[in-house]
Design a binder for this molecule. Structure first.
Ligand SMILES: Cc1cc2nc3c(=O)[nH]c(=O)nc-3n(C[C@H](O)[C@H](O)[C@H](O)COP(=O)(O)O)c2cc1C
Length: 209
């Protein structure tokens, strides 16, 4: 997708602006479900930022069909830059009221913990205001989760970066292992956003947004 995104043009008064970041875990298959469910709430706008590996697990077209865009590294690096052009990772972080990293791969978790910012997802996270609520939903193979570095990365992300970490949960994983490492259930992820932003579902009787 090649188009300019300017936060002040894209933000709507009285709306909640939710940024979903997907990374290279199988649980990214849930992205269209998460977006669709969030859009059932009044006055909600959603944008998706996808790492390249995450796009192995869902089709951007399924997100576009919901009226939501998917932003990738190619949108950040369009070829030429002229002074004054909007910078996508900065505009997206200006736009976002809430960030959900769902799923968060071991790789992206490690990058966040180390301050790396070598793609659109981690650049915008590195540029986020500390006041923007940010939730990390780890999802990985059990042994990746039990690796000693994962505990250290989670500690840094919680205690230093001060993001909320939710999950993972234990179940039969896509790789066939049974154990900890699965992403929090996608409906619970939506509920966290609903509770945090006090969203009202459209079918609860309100106006559409
Ligand atoms: C089929 C497949 C499934 C994968 N599932 C996971 C996963 O659930 N969690 C994880 O941390 N990495 C998983 N990986 C590895 C990541 O995709 C890989 O580390 C990648 O570099 C992550 O990049 P990203 O964090 O930029 O999205 C998987 C890889 C493949 C090929």
């Amino acid at each position: 997708m090649s188009q300019h995104f300017i936060a002040e043009n894209e933000r709507s008064p009285d709306h909640n602006h939710i940024l979903l970041i997907t990374t290279g875990s199988v649980a990214s298959v849930k992205a269209p479900l998460i977006v669709a469910e969030l859009l059932k709430c009044q006055n909600v706008k959603v944008e998706v930022v996808a790492t390249r590996p995450s796009l192995a697990f869902y089709k951007p077209e399924d997100i576009y069909a919901l009226g939501t865009r998917v932003w990738t590294d190619q949108d950040e690096w369009t070829g030429g830059y002229e002074l004054g052009d909007p910078i996508l990772h900065i505009e997206l972080r200006r736009w976002a009221d809430l960030v959900l990293v769902a799923p968060c791969s071991a790789n992206t978790l490690s990058k966040i913990a180390h301050g790396a910012c070598d793609n659109l997802a981690t650049s915008l996270m590195r540029a986020l205001a500390p006041t923007t609520p940010t939730y990390i939903f780890p999802a990985m193979n059990t042994l990746m989760y039990e690796h000693p570095l994962t505990a250290e990365h989670l500690r840094v992300v919680r205690e230093v970066v001060k993001y909320e970490v939710v999950g993972p949960i234990g179940k039969l994983l896509a790789c066939g292992d049974i154990g900890m490492g699965a992403m929090t259930e996608w409906k619970d992820i939506v509920q966290i956003a609903v509770d945090r932003l006090k969203l009202v579902r459209k079918e609860d009787g309100g106006e559409t947004g």
